[in-house]
Design a protein around this ligand. Structure first.
Ligand SMILES: NC(=O)c1ccc[n+]([C@@H]2O[C@H](COP(=O)([O-])OP(=O)(O)OC[C@H]3O[C@@H](n4cnc5c(N)ncnc54)[C@H](OP(=O)(O)O)[C@@H]3O)[C@@H](O)[C@H]2O)c1
Length: 248
């Protein structure tokens, strides 16, 4: 007998995470929306529940390890396991073209890493027992999907011909490079546990972070994440976008 897959998505009250929540709910997942703001999280879950989906809100602030631990305990009590953990929540504090890497304050770098790297890593750390729990009674393999960015690709950023060569935002970019390094290390470590770990780039997407100048819709940004999350035999240790593998 198989059980319904469960996904936990951080930062799913808006943007790409919210659209991934909608699409995975349409794929008959139980969707757990993890957000730091209670009102926004409850409203996001309620909107999808009103459309007939199995969606719930779980409070989590990934800057606060005790909040992450509480969230994992709540999920363990109520849903017992997580099939797909999606590390989506992130911040971007240095996107102004006026912010040069050489003048960036250490605090901006620290604050960015606090969420995009330490927050994502701590979420994996506390949710890993729930992913291990998922392996047995399901068609889908347990997975960790880290939402990264091509801006974390050192190969792309150091190539003068690359579209993103001029986007020299050191805090955000290096935080996504560090997240990619975590993907590579954990993918190798978790092979025997049969847990896949991958980094994804959704492309440049119209959201609060991506701004209205972005060419892609949230539906387009979510599609590669949903495609991976619903694969019966997902790859592991890869950095992927809609076009295939991105060079690290
Ligand atoms: N948009 C793009 O063009 C683009 C391109 C490449 C990669 N990405 C990546 O895609 C992911 C989603 O981005 P997006 O564009 O959808 O961004 P967004 O609309 O700004 O949403 C970011 C989400 O992260 C949440 N968040 C931030 N800090 C948090 C914390 N400490 N604890 C819990 N939640 C927190 C936000 O919550 P609040 O509402 O409470 O602030 C929000 O729900 C990110 O990892 C981003 O780096 C985006």
């Amino acid at each position: 007998m198989t059980t319904k897959p469960v996904t936990f998505i951080t930062g799913a009250n808006k943007g790409i995470g919210n659209e991934v929540a909608r699409q995975l709910a349409q794929h008959d997942f139980t969707v757990l929306i993890g957000t730091r703001n209670v009102q926004r999280g409850e409203a996001a879950a309620e909107t999808l529940r009103a459309e007939g989906f199995d969606v719930h809100f779980v409070p989590i602030d990934i800057n606060d390890e005790s909040s992450i631990k509480d969230a994992a305990e709540t999920v363990a009590r109520q849903w017992k396991q997580v099939t797909v953990l999606i590390n989506n929540a992130a911040v971007n504090y240095d996107f102004s073209p006026a912010t040069r890497p050489s003048t960036l304050s250490v605090d901006v770098l620290k604050d960015t890493f606090l969420t995009n790297v330490f927050g994502a890593f701590a979420t994996i750390h506390h949710f890993l027992p729930l992913l291990k729990q998922a392996g047995t009674a399901q068609i889908l393999k347990p997975q960790i999907i880290n939402i990264s960015s091509t801006l974390g690709s050192l190969t792309s950023l150091s190539d003068p011909e690359h579209y993103y060569y001029g986007v020299n935002t050191v805090a955000y970019n290096s935080s996504k490079s560090a997240l990619n390094a975590i993907t590579v290390a954990l993918a190798k470590d978790l092979v025997e546990d049969k847990i896949s770990v991958n980094s994804i780039c959704p492309g440049w997407v119209k959201t609060d972070m991506g701004t209205d100048n972005a060419p892609r819709t949230v539906e387009q940004g979510a599609s590669i994440i949903v495609k991976l999350a619903t694969m019966e035999n997902p790859p592991t240790g890869k950095f992927l976008d809609d076009d295939g593998e991105i060079l690290w």
